[in-house]
Design a protein around this ligand. Structure first.
Ligand SMILES: Nc1ncnc2c1ncn2[C@@H]1O[C@H](COP(=O)(O)OP(=O)(O)OP(=O)(O)O)[C@@H](O)[C@H]1O
Length: 155
């Protein structure tokens, strides 16, 4: 794996980038509403194209729905919301990184492309495990209690 290494950027090198605002961007959102529109376009792209994102959205909605239905404490619902949001956020970043890698190396194999994609996928996986762990701890006990109570009612 031989890489050409460029010299580190000095403040002098950075000057043209920091003084001329976003000059390398093809387009810059003109206002807050436009920014939201582009953000929504990204979320909707991920939902349409990424099976994992759709699965994560479904599981998150289910977990939040159950936590509200089971009347968990506000702090518990908040924790489930935070862990769920983290999974969806990382899935979106994973999708963004995949696109950047594909843009850079196209359909050629590169060890660094593999590392970037595998690590991003690993980050999503860890966050998903944490979210499932947290949701299980908070949701399973009251859910089991409810199921047992129903079973006794109809026995
Ligand atoms: N250009 C590439 N060079 C080397 N390995 C690649 C390259 N593109 C993809 N791969 C390997 O193939 C795997 C799958 O690639 P893909 O683009 O589907 O990413 P992914 O993170 O698995 O996608 P998703 O999150 O949608 O399941 C990557 O994790 C990586 O190991």
């Amino acid at each position: 794996m031989s890489q050409q290494v460029s010299s580190p950027a000095t403040p002098k090198h950075l000057e043209p980038i920091v003084t001329q605002e976003r000059k390398y961007s093809w387009k810059v959102a003109s206002n807050l509403f436009t920014s939201f529109r582009y953000a929504w376009a990204g979320i909707s792209y991920a939902f349409k194209t990424q099976r994992n994102f759709r699965i994560h959205v479904s599981v998150c909605v289910l977990a939040l729905g159950l936590s509200i239905f089971l009347r968990l404490e506000a702090i518990e619902v908040a924790v489930i919301g935070i862990t769920s949001g983290l999974v969806l956020t990382l899935e979106l970043l994973n999708t963004a990184l995949e696109s950047l890698v594909d843009l850079t190396v196209k359909q050629t194999y590169h060890d660094l492309a593999k590392i970037a994609k595998d690590c991003a996928a690993g980050a999503v996986l860890i966050s998903a495990f944490v979210a499932i762990f947290v949701a299980s701890i908070l949701i399973l006990p009251p859910l089991t209690k409810l199921i047992i109570a129903y079973a006794h009612t109809f026995a």
